[in-house]
Ligand binder design. Structure first.
Ligand SMILES: C/C(=C\C(=O)SCCNC(=O)CCNC(=O)[C@H](O)C(C)(C)COP(=O)(O)OP(=O)(O)OC[C@H]1O[C@@H](n2cnc3c(N)ncnc32)[C@H](O)[C@@H]1OP(=O)(O)O)CC(=O)O
Length: 256
């Protein structure tokens, strides 16, 4: 399956799902999320596929939730992508097949959710990361579910609260990324060659050792929390400011 937003290629036991919406930095629209979910299900159902690679075209791995689509939802003409994103992250987390992420450039917010759900993450030296949600008036709710299972609590606290950009070396240090290299394709190929040597049922079982059964329920709860913040006055101001390319104007107020 190849569509307007996603390219799918298979060969040598590897299915590569390539985010292909470089004009908006592979932002996670509902359509792209649904296409990823369908391609993931197809790869899982195909016995010739032993390993799944998440990749991208363009300079950016993934800019997180599609903030322009989000605005359309506020205007009554669209949907928020957080519920389908929660379902996609649950499916990635529970997949019986190993997943390798090939990250050639920046990842932000929801894009880091995809990375955290992968088993092995190979990134370029120039890749950068940020949990930018609080700067937009929203929270890293859905993505916190896989991310908190990868990185230390100290790092999650610092990075979720500051929203600061961090580099590839820091991403390895905190456990988000497996390997930093400028030989991205060769390194990904090497991991895939190792993974296809494993017995399929044993690989699924080994992956299962690292999965915990609470993830799907937690993701559903976090999708509700995320939806709340996206629709809040702060969320709407942050996203409007992004669209209008200006700094948001936060109005201090007591907690709700
Ligand atoms: C899942 C949950 C929350 C979220 O995910 S909230 C989303 C948070 N995402 C961000 O804060 C990223 C915003 N984007 C950037 O910071 C930068 O674009 C970039 C990723 C660092 C790339 O920079 P670059 O300079 O290469 O590109 P431009 O900024 O010039 O963007 C080009 C083009 O793409 C549009 N765009 C970028 N990001 C998005 C986006 N997220 N949604 C929609 N569109 C995006 C940008 O507007 C430009 O378009 P033009 O029309 O050309 O202006 C919540 C939970 O976890 O629960």
């Amino acid at each position: 399956m190849t569509s307007a937003l996603l390219r799918v290629a298979a060969g040598g036991g590897v299915a590569t799902l390539t985010l292909d919406s470089p004009h908006n930095r592979n932002a996670l629209s509902t359509s792209l999320i649904n296409e990823l979910s369908e391609a993931l299900a197809a790869a899982e159902a195909d016995p010739s596929v032993r390993v799944i690679v998440l990749s991208h075209t363009g300079p950016v791995f993934c800019a997180g939730a599609d903030l322009k689509e989000t605005q359309a939802a506020f205007d009554g003409d669209g949907t928020l992508p957080v519920v389908p994103l929660a379902d996609l992250l649950a499916a990635l987390w529970e997949s019986p097949k190993p997943i390798v992420a090939r990250v050639g450039g920046p990842a932000r917010a929801g894009g880091i959710g995809l990375i955290a759900a992968a088993d092995i993450v190979v990134c370029a030296t120039a890749a950068t990361f940020a949990f930018s949600e609080v700067r937009l008036g929203v929270i890293p709710a859905v993505i916190s579910v896989p991310v908190r299972r990868r990185i230390t609590a100290r790092a999650a606290t610092e990075l979720f609260l500051t929203g600061d950009v961090f580099d590839a070396a820091r991403a390895v240090e905190i456990g988000l990324v497996t390997r930093v290299t400028d030989d991205l394709d060769e390194t990904v190929r090497g991991y895939c060659e190792s993974l296809v040597k494993g017995a399929p049922a044993a690989l699924a079982g080994a992956r299962g050792l690292l999965q915990d059964v609470t993830v799907r329920d937690e993701l559903a709860r976090m999708a509700d929390a995320s939806d709340h913040y996206f629709r809040s006055p702060e969320g709407q101001e942050g996203i409007r400011a992004f669209r209008e390319k200006r700094a948001p104007g936060w109005i201090p107020r007591p907690p709700q």
